[in-house]
Design a protein around this ligand. Structure first.
Ligand code: DX5
Length: 223
């Protein structure tokens, strides 16, 4: 039985004080943090690149979950891995074909990180089913259209979460099922019931500015 993990997303953190907000997440008992890289091409927003991972790696021992919402993941994902990300998640929609996706997975692992794949709301699970053989750390099912924090949870993504969970169980894999977008204490219960065990939450966690309140929310999400 996999443990439930909660990763606050720094997309909703204080961009002028990431070190402080990593400390906040750590003291709140987070299992890691998600770093949302966006390139203003794959998604209509621009955030940060691998150099932020490199800088934050020096400041924390938290698990760094790099979510790449970028084009050309084959080129860039290994940079995030060697910069110190523990897990590098890229989007299947950013790959030209399955072969490129496999190459990307293998290059992330060769650079020393775990590799994971993400699917946008309109992408069916069938697009990534064959990649489960590549021993992924996680499959990330987006529960919002990627690009921005603070959006509403898409409950109609739950059948996809259950479908991924079923495939993983049938193949007896250790792959996690991760959800990201509109996750709060309430929607976390819906996502876990559908089969998710890694919960990424930005606005619903970083609205708290002290470890006591953030920690309480994390525990309620995770239980
Ligand atoms: C979407 C981002 C967000 C972020 C979490 O592109 O990936 O989902 O991590 O945002 P909230 O939790 O505020 O929806």
């Amino acid at each position: 039985m996999q443990k439930n993990l909660v990763f606050p997303s720094i997309l909703s953190a204080d961009f002028a004080n990431f070190e402080k907000d990593l400390e906040l997440a750590k003291n709140a008992g987070a299992d890691g943090v998600q770093i949302d890289a966006m390139d203003a091409h794959f998604v209509p927003n621009l955030t940060f690149g691998w150099s932020l991972v490199e800088a934050l790696r020096k400041k924390t021992d938290l698990f760094l979950d790099a979510h790449l919402m970028i084009d050309n993941p084959l080129i860039w994902s290994k940079k995030f891995a060697s910069a110190g990300a523990d897990n590098v998640i890229f989007h299947i929609e950013a790959c030209t074909n399955a072969k490129e996706a496999v190459q990307t997975i293998r290059s992330i692992k060769a650079a020393g990180a775990k590799a994971s794949i993400a699917i946008k709301p309109k992408t069916p699970v069938s697009k990534i089913a064959n990649l489960l053989e590549e021993d992924l750390f996680a499959v990330l099912v987006m529960t919002v259209e990627p690009g921005f924090g603070g959006q509403a949870f898409m409950e109609n993504m739950m059948p996809k979460v259950s479908e991924v969970r079923k495939l993983i169980n049938e193949k007896k894999l250790k792959t996690h099922v991760e959800v990201d977008g509109g996750i709060d204490i309430k929607t976390a219960q819906i996502a876990k019931k559908a089969g998710a065990n890694i919960l990424v939450a930005g606005s619903s966690l970083y609205k708290f500015r002290n470890p006591l309140e953030m920690g309480k929310a994390i525990r309620l999400m995770r239980k």
